[in-house]
Write a protein that binds this ligand. Structure first.
Ligand code: R5P
Length: 313
Protein backbone atom coordinates (compact mmCIF):
# COMPACT_ATOMS: atom_id res chain seq x y z
CA UNK A 1 0.00 0.00 0.00
CA UNK A 2 2.87 2.37 0.83
CA UNK A 3 3.90 2.69 -2.81
CA UNK A 4 0.55 4.35 -3.52
CA UNK A 5 -0.02 6.37 -0.33
CA UNK A 6 2.20 8.60 1.81
CA UNK A 7 1.64 9.75 5.37
CA UNK A 8 3.20 13.04 6.43
CA UNK A 9 3.14 14.92 9.72
CA UNK A 10 4.14 18.29 11.09
CA UNK A 11 5.24 18.90 14.67
CA UNK A 12 1.80 18.73 16.32
CA UNK A 13 1.69 14.99 17.09
CA UNK A 14 4.39 12.88 15.38
CA UNK A 15 3.77 9.96 17.79
CA UNK A 16 0.16 9.56 16.64
CA UNK A 17 1.22 9.84 12.98
CA UNK A 18 3.84 7.12 13.56
CA UNK A 19 1.28 4.86 15.24
CA UNK A 20 -1.12 5.35 12.33
CA UNK A 21 1.61 4.52 9.81
CA UNK A 22 2.51 1.45 11.87
CA UNK A 23 -1.11 0.27 11.83
CA UNK A 24 -0.95 0.55 8.04
CA UNK A 25 2.32 -1.39 7.93
CA UNK A 26 4.58 1.49 6.91
CA UNK A 27 6.44 4.61 8.00
CA UNK A 28 5.93 8.34 7.93
CA UNK A 29 7.35 9.96 4.80
CA UNK A 30 10.19 12.42 5.36
CA UNK A 31 9.52 16.17 5.43
CA UNK A 32 11.36 19.10 6.93
CA UNK A 33 8.94 21.18 9.01
CA UNK A 34 10.88 23.82 10.91
CA UNK A 35 11.10 27.60 11.22
CA UNK A 36 13.02 30.35 9.45
CA UNK A 37 14.91 32.72 11.74
CA UNK A 38 11.97 35.16 11.74
CA UNK A 39 9.54 32.48 12.93
CA UNK A 40 7.92 31.72 9.55
CA UNK A 41 7.13 28.05 8.91
CA UNK A 42 9.68 26.33 6.64
CA UNK A 43 8.59 23.14 4.83
CA UNK A 44 10.34 20.83 2.39
CA UNK A 45 8.75 17.55 1.30
CA UNK A 46 11.64 15.11 1.07
CA UNK A 47 10.25 12.40 -1.21
CA UNK A 48 8.56 12.28 -4.57
CA UNK A 49 4.75 12.50 -4.18
CA UNK A 50 3.73 12.83 -7.85
CA UNK A 51 0.46 10.96 -8.37
CA UNK A 52 0.28 9.77 -4.76
CA UNK A 53 -2.65 9.62 -2.34
CA UNK A 54 -1.27 11.75 0.48
CA UNK A 55 -2.45 12.06 4.10
CA UNK A 56 -1.17 14.81 6.41
CA UNK A 57 -1.74 14.00 10.09
CA UNK A 58 -1.84 17.17 12.17
CA UNK A 59 -4.24 17.99 15.04
CA UNK A 60 -4.73 21.75 15.35
CA UNK A 61 -4.20 21.57 19.09
CA UNK A 62 -2.17 24.08 21.16
CA UNK A 63 -0.06 25.85 19.96
CA UNK A 64 -3.07 26.14 17.65
CA UNK A 65 -1.84 28.83 15.26
CA UNK A 66 1.59 27.20 14.80
CA UNK A 67 0.07 23.79 14.13
CA UNK A 68 -2.58 25.17 11.78
CA UNK A 69 0.00 27.13 9.75
CA UNK A 70 2.24 24.05 9.49
CA UNK A 71 -0.71 22.06 8.15
CA UNK A 72 -1.69 24.72 5.60
CA UNK A 73 1.86 25.18 4.38
CA UNK A 74 2.47 21.41 4.11
CA UNK A 75 -0.69 21.08 2.02
CA UNK A 76 0.51 23.92 -0.22
CA UNK A 77 3.90 22.22 -0.68
CA UNK A 78 2.27 18.84 -1.47
CA UNK A 79 -0.11 20.39 -3.99
CA UNK A 80 2.76 22.09 -5.78
CA UNK A 81 4.66 18.77 -5.73
CA UNK A 82 1.79 17.19 -7.76
CA UNK A 83 0.28 14.89 -5.12
CA UNK A 84 -2.80 13.28 -6.73
CA UNK A 85 -5.01 13.78 -3.68
CA UNK A 86 -4.36 15.41 -0.30
CA UNK A 87 -6.35 14.48 2.80
CA UNK A 88 -5.92 16.64 5.89
CA UNK A 89 -6.16 14.23 8.83
CA UNK A 90 -7.14 16.49 11.74
CA UNK A 91 -7.76 14.30 14.82
CA UNK A 92 -8.58 17.44 16.83
CA UNK A 93 -10.12 20.31 14.85
CA UNK A 94 -9.22 23.49 16.72
CA UNK A 95 -11.14 26.78 16.42
CA UNK A 96 -14.30 24.64 16.29
CA UNK A 97 -16.02 26.21 19.28
CA UNK A 98 -16.58 29.51 17.48
CA UNK A 99 -19.06 27.94 15.10
CA UNK A 100 -21.88 30.51 14.97
CA UNK A 101 -22.45 34.22 15.38
CA UNK A 102 -24.05 34.06 18.83
CA UNK A 103 -23.13 37.65 19.72
CA UNK A 104 -22.74 40.77 17.59
CA UNK A 105 -19.35 41.31 15.93
CA UNK A 106 -17.81 37.86 16.57
CA UNK A 107 -16.16 35.63 13.93
CA UNK A 108 -17.07 32.10 12.84
CA UNK A 109 -13.58 30.65 13.07
CA UNK A 110 -14.63 27.07 12.24
CA UNK A 111 -15.79 28.30 8.82
CA UNK A 112 -12.66 30.41 8.34
CA UNK A 113 -10.43 27.38 9.03
CA UNK A 114 -12.50 25.27 6.62
CA UNK A 115 -11.96 27.93 3.93
CA UNK A 116 -8.22 28.11 4.67
CA UNK A 117 -7.81 24.33 4.32
CA UNK A 118 -9.68 24.28 1.04
CA UNK A 119 -7.78 27.23 -0.42
CA UNK A 120 -4.46 25.68 0.65
CA UNK A 121 -5.31 22.66 -1.52
CA UNK A 122 -6.85 19.96 0.71
CA UNK A 123 -9.05 17.60 -1.32
CA UNK A 124 -10.60 15.87 1.69
CA UNK A 125 -10.68 16.08 5.47
CA UNK A 126 -10.67 13.25 7.99
CA UNK A 127 -11.51 14.29 11.54
CA UNK A 128 -12.75 12.97 14.87
CA UNK A 129 -15.57 14.04 17.20
CA UNK A 130 -16.09 17.55 15.88
CA UNK A 131 -17.37 19.98 18.49
CA UNK A 132 -20.55 20.33 16.41
CA UNK A 133 -21.51 17.95 13.60
CA UNK A 134 -22.77 20.89 11.51
CA UNK A 135 -19.16 22.04 10.97
CA UNK A 136 -19.07 19.38 8.25
CA UNK A 137 -21.25 21.72 6.22
CA UNK A 138 -18.60 24.46 6.36
CA UNK A 139 -16.55 22.38 3.91
CA UNK A 140 -17.35 22.05 0.23
CA UNK A 141 -14.93 19.12 -0.05
CA UNK A 142 -15.64 15.61 1.30
CA UNK A 143 -15.21 15.26 5.05
CA UNK A 144 -15.18 11.97 6.93
CA UNK A 145 -16.24 12.31 10.55
CA UNK A 146 -15.08 9.60 12.95
CA UNK A 147 -16.24 8.97 16.51
CA UNK A 148 -14.17 7.75 19.45
CA UNK A 149 -17.24 5.97 20.87
CA UNK A 150 -16.06 2.41 20.07
CA UNK A 151 -12.70 3.01 21.77
CA UNK A 152 -14.37 4.33 24.95
CA UNK A 153 -17.12 1.70 24.98
CA UNK A 154 -14.48 -1.04 24.76
CA UNK A 155 -12.68 0.46 27.76
CA UNK A 156 -15.72 1.07 29.97
CA UNK A 157 -17.56 -2.15 29.14
CA UNK A 158 -14.61 -4.06 30.63
CA UNK A 159 -14.24 -1.74 33.62
CA UNK A 160 -17.82 -1.00 34.70
CA UNK A 161 -20.22 -3.87 34.30
CA UNK A 162 -23.54 -2.64 35.70
CA UNK A 163 -25.35 0.01 37.73
CA UNK A 164 -24.19 2.53 35.16
CA UNK A 165 -25.53 5.88 33.94
CA UNK A 166 -24.07 7.85 31.04
CA UNK A 167 -24.27 11.58 31.71
CA UNK A 168 -24.14 14.41 29.19
CA UNK A 169 -22.62 17.53 30.82
CA UNK A 170 -24.84 19.76 28.66
CA UNK A 171 -27.93 19.63 26.49
CA UNK A 172 -25.85 19.78 23.28
CA UNK A 173 -24.25 16.42 24.09
CA UNK A 174 -27.46 14.40 24.52
CA UNK A 175 -27.31 12.64 21.15
CA UNK A 176 -23.79 11.37 21.74
CA UNK A 177 -24.54 10.41 25.38
CA UNK A 178 -27.59 8.46 24.23
CA UNK A 179 -25.42 6.48 21.78
CA UNK A 180 -22.99 5.65 24.62
CA UNK A 181 -25.85 4.65 26.94
CA UNK A 182 -27.28 2.32 24.30
CA UNK A 183 -23.96 0.59 23.68
CA UNK A 184 -23.14 0.30 27.39
CA UNK A 185 -26.72 -0.80 28.27
CA UNK A 186 -26.73 2.07 30.77
CA UNK A 187 -29.18 4.74 31.90
CA UNK A 188 -29.02 8.33 30.65
CA UNK A 189 -28.88 11.63 32.55
CA UNK A 190 -28.28 15.23 31.54
CA UNK A 191 -26.74 18.16 33.37
CA UNK A 192 -28.43 21.52 32.97
CA UNK A 193 -25.26 23.60 32.44
CA UNK A 194 -24.98 27.39 32.25
CA UNK A 195 -21.85 29.00 30.81
CA UNK A 196 -20.94 32.13 32.78
CA UNK A 197 -17.84 32.99 30.72
CA UNK A 198 -15.49 31.11 28.32
CA UNK A 199 -13.69 29.66 31.38
CA UNK A 200 -16.51 29.17 33.86
CA UNK A 201 -19.72 27.15 34.00
CA UNK A 202 -22.34 26.24 36.62
CA UNK A 203 -24.28 22.99 36.74
CA UNK A 204 -27.77 23.70 37.97
CA UNK A 205 -29.87 20.52 37.80
CA UNK A 206 -29.48 16.86 36.94
CA UNK A 207 -32.21 15.42 34.75
CA UNK A 208 -32.35 11.65 35.25
CA UNK A 209 -31.76 9.06 37.99
CA UNK A 210 -28.16 8.94 39.29
CA UNK A 211 -28.48 8.15 43.02
CA UNK A 212 -26.28 5.16 43.97
CA UNK A 213 -25.11 4.71 40.37
CA UNK A 214 -21.70 4.79 38.71
CA UNK A 215 -21.64 7.67 36.24
CA UNK A 216 -19.69 8.19 33.02
CA UNK A 217 -19.70 11.81 31.85
CA UNK A 218 -19.12 11.97 28.09
CA UNK A 219 -17.94 15.09 26.27
CA UNK A 220 -16.01 16.09 23.15
CA UNK A 221 -13.50 18.48 24.75
CA UNK A 222 -12.03 19.15 28.16
CA UNK A 223 -10.38 22.57 28.11
CA UNK A 224 -10.40 24.37 31.48
CA UNK A 225 -12.24 21.41 33.01
CA UNK A 226 -14.98 23.66 34.39
CA UNK A 227 -17.85 21.87 32.59
CA UNK A 228 -16.83 18.41 33.83
CA UNK A 229 -15.95 19.44 37.36
CA UNK A 230 -19.19 21.37 37.88
CA UNK A 231 -21.12 18.42 36.44
CA UNK A 232 -19.29 16.03 38.80
CA UNK A 233 -20.14 18.26 41.78
CA UNK A 234 -23.81 18.20 40.79
CA UNK A 235 -23.69 14.40 40.45
CA UNK A 236 -22.16 14.09 43.91
CA UNK A 237 -24.87 16.35 45.35
CA UNK A 238 -27.38 13.99 43.75
CA UNK A 239 -25.70 11.08 45.64
CA UNK A 240 -24.15 9.30 42.68
CA UNK A 241 -21.50 6.60 43.26
CA UNK A 242 -18.18 6.72 41.35
CA UNK A 243 -17.81 9.34 38.63
CA UNK A 244 -15.77 8.70 35.47
CA UNK A 245 -15.35 10.89 32.41
CA UNK A 246 -14.77 9.94 28.76
CA UNK A 247 -13.63 12.92 26.73
CA UNK A 248 -12.26 12.66 23.20
CA UNK A 249 -9.99 15.71 23.13
CA UNK A 250 -7.83 16.41 26.20
CA UNK A 251 -6.96 20.06 25.57
CA UNK A 252 -6.44 20.46 29.34
CA UNK A 253 -5.68 24.18 29.30
CA UNK A 254 -4.66 26.37 32.26
CA UNK A 255 -4.74 24.38 35.55
CA UNK A 256 -7.25 21.79 34.31
CA UNK A 257 -5.11 18.81 35.42
CA UNK A 258 -4.80 20.14 38.98
CA UNK A 259 -8.54 20.78 39.06
CA UNK A 260 -9.25 17.22 37.89
CA UNK A 261 -6.91 15.85 40.55
CA UNK A 262 -8.80 17.74 43.27
CA UNK A 263 -12.24 16.94 41.87
CA UNK A 264 -14.93 14.30 42.46
CA UNK A 265 -13.91 12.60 39.20
CA UNK A 266 -12.35 9.20 39.86
CA UNK A 267 -10.81 8.80 36.41
CA UNK A 268 -10.68 10.91 33.26
CA UNK A 269 -10.24 8.89 30.08
CA UNK A 270 -9.09 10.85 27.01
CA UNK A 271 -7.84 9.81 23.58
CA UNK A 272 -4.46 10.56 22.01
CA UNK A 273 -6.03 12.94 19.44
CA UNK A 274 -3.86 15.57 21.18
CA UNK A 275 -0.43 14.81 22.69
CA UNK A 276 -0.36 14.74 26.49
CA UNK A 277 2.91 16.40 27.57
CA UNK A 278 4.73 14.99 30.65
CA UNK A 279 3.71 17.96 32.83
CA UNK A 280 0.03 17.14 32.21
CA UNK A 281 0.27 13.46 33.12
CA UNK A 282 -1.65 12.34 36.19
CA UNK A 283 -2.66 9.07 37.83
CA UNK A 284 -6.25 10.17 37.32
CA UNK A 285 -5.83 10.52 33.55
CA UNK A 286 -5.88 7.48 31.26
CA UNK A 287 -5.16 7.77 27.54
CA UNK A 288 -6.72 5.40 24.99
CA UNK A 289 -5.49 5.41 21.41
CA UNK A 290 -7.39 6.32 18.27
CA UNK A 291 -4.43 5.43 16.00
CA UNK A 292 -5.99 2.23 14.68
CA UNK A 293 -9.35 3.95 14.12
CA UNK A 294 -7.65 6.70 12.07
CA UNK A 295 -5.44 4.14 10.32
CA UNK A 296 -8.42 2.01 9.34
CA UNK A 297 -10.25 5.10 8.07
CA UNK A 298 -7.22 6.11 5.95
CA UNK A 299 -7.08 2.59 4.49
CA UNK A 300 -10.78 2.72 3.69
CA UNK A 301 -10.55 6.19 2.11
CA UNK A 302 -7.69 4.97 -0.08
CA UNK A 303 -9.53 1.79 -1.05
CA UNK A 304 -12.83 3.68 -1.48
CA UNK A 305 -14.61 1.54 1.09
CA UNK A 306 -17.30 2.52 3.60
CA UNK A 307 -16.33 4.44 6.74
CA UNK A 308 -19.79 4.46 8.30
CA UNK A 309 -19.65 0.68 8.62
CA UNK A 310 -17.07 1.22 11.39
CA UNK A 311 -19.78 2.73 13.61
CA UNK A 312 -22.68 0.40 12.92
CA UNK A 313 -24.26 -1.01 16.07
C1 R5P B 1 -18.99 22.61 25.24
O1 R5P B 1 -19.98 22.75 24.58
C2 R5P B 1 -18.04 21.48 25.04
O2 R5P B 1 -18.69 20.32 24.65
C3 R5P B 1 -17.20 21.24 26.27
O3 R5P B 1 -18.08 20.87 27.33
C4 R5P B 1 -16.43 22.45 26.67
O4 R5P B 1 -15.78 22.97 25.55
C5 R5P B 1 -15.42 22.12 27.74
O5 R5P B 1 -14.77 23.29 28.12
P1 R5P B 1 -14.25 23.48 29.61
O6 R5P B 1 -13.44 22.26 29.96
O7 R5P B 1 -13.40 24.74 29.53
O8 R5P B 1 -15.45 23.65 30.47
Amino acid sequence: MFNRISIFTGNAHPKLAKDIAKYLGGKISPALVSRFSDGEVRVKIEENVRGKDVFVVQPTSPPVNENLMELLIMIDALKRASARRITAVIPYFGYARQDRKDQPRVPITAKLVANLLTVAGADRVLTLDLHAGQIQGFFDIPLDHLYAINVFVEYFSKKLKNNLVVVSPDVGGIKMARAYAKRLSAGLAIVDKRRNSPDSTSAIHILGEVEGKNCVLVDDIIATGSSLIEAAKALKRAKSKDIYAAVTHGVLSKDAVKKIENSDIKQLVITDSIPLPPEKRSLKIKVVSVASLLGEAIKRIHEEKSISILFEF
